[in-house]
Design a protein around this ligand. Sequence first.
Ligand code: SF4
Length: 262
Amino acid sequence: MSEVNKKVIRSKIAIEPHYLQVDARIKNFEEVNLGYLNLEEVIKECERCFQCFKKSDPKIKPPPCMKYCPTHCNSREIIKSILEDNIEEALQIIYEHYPFPRCVERVCPGYCQQYCTAGKKGDPIQIPMIKRFLVDNYGLSQDFYECKMNTGKKVAVIGYGSQGQAQALNMRDSGVDLVIGLRQGKSWDRAKTDGMKVKTVKDAVTEADIIVTVTPSRKPIIMDDWISNGAHINAIGADAPGKQELDPNILKRANEELVEKN
Ligand code: SF4
């Protein structure tokens, strides 16, 4: 068979991550899940990837591993970079999506892996373990990356209690293009004192690509016709029965809705 026509046979079985043996575990507090131990194991696991929709623009037709990741991290491209021996580029993709990946790869439920195409007829690609190996072994000495936070997206934080203030200060210090949406009052004054750009809720929301709501409101304070198409909303304040920050019509036209139930 010619090279061109040769069918690629991919293993359906994942390269298993390593775990600390029980007799070692009972004598120390070391991490039990050791993940992958060398790059060869990682490459073998990457070779199982189908490179789903690789000819399509990922913004239009993302591979499942990217589509279902809350940060839309393109794991297909990370895997491709690893197979092309470009670890630096793989790391760049990871850090651009979350600046503390050592932690994330240990606690993330791994939707990328849960929805991986390879998992339909075999083991899914062990994506979190692959990424974890990279950041543990080739990542920065501190789990922080001075990524360019200003991606051209404008963020509106609605509410300026202790949580809103903490989020806003962190985002501002990271270089995010930020506006605070508030009613006139104590919070408005505090945000101004912190040097924030403050606008009415309507004005802040109307111009935002990403909206974070951190209010205790029990009736909608953000109306459907204020929200531009494609805006992303993190409604954090509505965390108990009876709380509601959003006009219900917003949810009716949302493309995707993710609800965290505690
Ligand atoms: S969904 Fe799975 S098989 Fe498809 S590109 Fe992502 S990691 Fe590879």
